[in-house]
Write a protein of this length. Sequence first.
Length: 365
Amino acid sequence: MRLRRAVPNSIAFELTWRCDQQCAYCYNVWKSPEGGYGVGEPLDTASFKALIDRAVRQSGCSSLCITGGEPLLRHDALELIAHAAGLGGPVVLITNGAHVTAAVADQLAALPQVSVQLTLLAADRELHDAIRGRRNFDVAVDALATLRERRVPVTICFVCTRRNFAALPGVLDLAYASGVRELAFNRMAPAGQAARRLDELAPTVEMLEAALEAADDLAPRYGIRVATGIPIPPCLVSPDRHRGVSFATCSTATTRPNFVVDYQGNLRSCNLSPVILGNLCRQSWRRAVNGGAGASYLRRFARALPPVCRPCTLARSCRGGCKEAAHACYGSLEEEEPLLRSRRLEPAALWNVRQAAATDDLVER
């Protein structure tokens, strides 16, 4: 693949590393137990606006995401969101909801290009707050109601863990009652501090199947579109068995990648990855992606594949699942990612994965 021709599918801007939650599953790179990803002062308002302009102009991407940390902890967050929206493309704000007041919702409602992604881990206050690590359920539900009253488009994000996999039906009920018609289903991404909590938090294949079966049952009846974010290897969970769910694959080093730009202008290939490709305050987009360390990492990422996956007919599209999770947990892009390692499939089972998945005839070690 010629990376210089890859127009990003989206660019996520991390406005700040700060967050007022203590989510058990947090994947943010600056919370990695090993450290190594610096926490410093963010760009000022004018410099951040210039950074957004430069990234959009030089990359050709118009679909943007505003995230963090908790982006609304920045004093100028709404000004930066409005600036991003003024560039003409869709903008998604990812927030925990704790700072979505009526005044904030009014300002977001005045920006028709902006939608909000809000995380709900359960329809049960105690379970949601236990995983969040803070009292957040009531303010998140209030934020949902406040945004919907003003007709701001909302997507609910459900992070599936070992502790809440059975809570998806309640979240879908709440989404339907609130008029939400989009749900992002993310299995726990084992990176950052979550990479050291696999046994406690990582859902099993059976748990993912149970949650997705609930989505198959309820989502069509409610008119809710469910899409996965973190890739799930199809040898473990076959998309053919879950027609009500849209399954994502990893975009890194493809012709339509997603990129992340942090609050100091550092460019990364994924919000799970601590690898800095370059800095857009000092380099052009093309040089950051196609020159030096950035190009080297993206080429290595594109080639990397766990040995067990190499004979698989779906390896080109699946690409071994979440390779950044493998890197975070086991130190290499070529290791089996945690979900795949948990099942230890034989190559023979992967070779005819579609037929095997359809017949539940997966061979386990």
